[in-house]
Ligand binder design. Structure first.
Ligand SMILES: [Zn+2]
Ligand SMILES: [Zn+2]
Length: 348
């Protein structure tokens, strides 16, 4: 039996480099992908901490692209050698949410996500259903190709926000998601500011030419009030998962708040009277939704400055060390300052 290298999530705090059998095409709609590169996501870190739904003994990795190397008997839209990015969230297509277009709320979405509940792209090969594959053009290299799914979630956010050229935008949290929202905002909005506490990521924001404030040092409400001539932000993207109350303090009357970051351990207090009195729009959304194709076009046409986005490219064998660079000590499950934005593992 032929084997491959893979990083397997054993249980909370435990991820190991293993030799696994190369998966085999068994279903008629299966596509076997030889993974070219895979990104490490904040939700992978949450899985390792036990703060995200997970399944033991699963190959993680949901941000990946690669080449088709084997196909099932019913696969008609892809052929051997095609380069594809993957939507890791499998939507059934049959539940009422799917059939009414709200596929992010598919009743099965939580149970079969690739790289979360079934084996993903932290491996040399990965088996995916044909409908999860999206062809990518040559202009998108393997490193950028890992981020199509990530961008697809942000494009869902942009579709929901309907950002206008005269909007003042504030983005709380400058991780990869905050970075992508900030690049869109620079292209579209009147003015944008971001907040971040990690020195490394503050420096990346500065490299991008962004106005950046540290909530541990600056009074963010005072800063955004001054930045907008007393108006406050028309749009606040909350990309940390723990700052909804701050987002509500920073938004202008009639403005929009997008709670995008996820942390199931956080609770917040809202004053319903204020939401009504100040006509605040709180816009929940989840994952991408019909946004893989738009994301491919955005990358193909180089619409976003992705220069400082990728901090490091490492081989799969060194991938476990990357979790420390992203702020998680695997031995103690405690956090320290991050020294990276996005880290991608590239297969040899
Ligand atoms: Zn992700
Ligand atoms: Zn469904």
């Amino acid at each position: 039996m032929q084997t491959m290298k893979a990083l397997v999530f054993r249980d909370i705090g435990r991820i190991e480099l293993c030799d696994l059998p190369i998966p085999q095409v068994t279903q008629p709609d299966d596509v076997l992908i030889k993974v070219s590169a895979v990104g490490i996501c904040g939700s992978d870190i949450k899985i390792l901490e036990g703060k995200h739904h997970y399944k033991e003994n699963t190959v993680l990795g949901h941000e990946f692209c690669g080449r088709v190397v084997e196909i099932g008997t019913h696969v008609t839209h892809f052929k051997l050698g095609d380069r594809v990015a993957v939507d890791n969230n499998i939507r059934c297509g049959f539940c009422s949410f799917c059939r009414m277009g709200l596929t992010s709320q598919c009743v099965e979405i939580k149970y079969n996500a690739i790289g979360v509940m079934r084996d993903g792209g932290y491996a040399e090969y990965c088996l995916v259903p044909e409908k999860q594959c999206f062809a990518i053009p040559d202009e998108i290299d393997d490193i950028l190709g890992t981020q199509v799914e990530t961008l697809a979630t942000v494009v869902n956010g942009m579709n929901t926000l309907l950002m206008l050229p005269y909007d003042y935008v504030l983005i709380l949290g400058f991780g990869p998601i905050g970075y992508l929202f900030a690049q869109f905002s620079r292209n579209i909005a009147a003015k944008v500011a971001v907040t971040e506490i990690d020195p490394f990521r503050i420096e990346v924001a500065r490299q991008c030419g962004l106005t950046v404030w540290n909530p541990d040092e600056d009074d963010i409400v005072a800063k955004i009030t001054e930045f907008t001539q007393g108006r406050k932000a028309d749009i606040v993207v909350e990309a940390t998962g723990n700052a909804l109350e701050q987002a509500l303090q920073c938004v202008t009357p009639g403005g929009k708040v997008l709670p995008f970051g996820m942390d199931s351990s956080i609770q917040a207090t809202v004053v319903p009277n204020d939401i009504t009195r100040w006509a605040t729009k709180i816009l929940g959304l989840y994952l991408g939704q019909n946004t893989m194709v738009p994301s491919i076009r955005i990358f193909q046409e180089k619409r976003l400055n992705m220069g400082p986005f990728f901090s490091r490219v490492v081989p799969l064998e060194d991938g476990i060390n990357a979790f420390s660079d992203l702020g998680l000590d695997l031995k103690t499950l405690t956090h320290h300052p991050k020294n990276a934005m996005k880290i991608v593992m590239k297969m040899q």
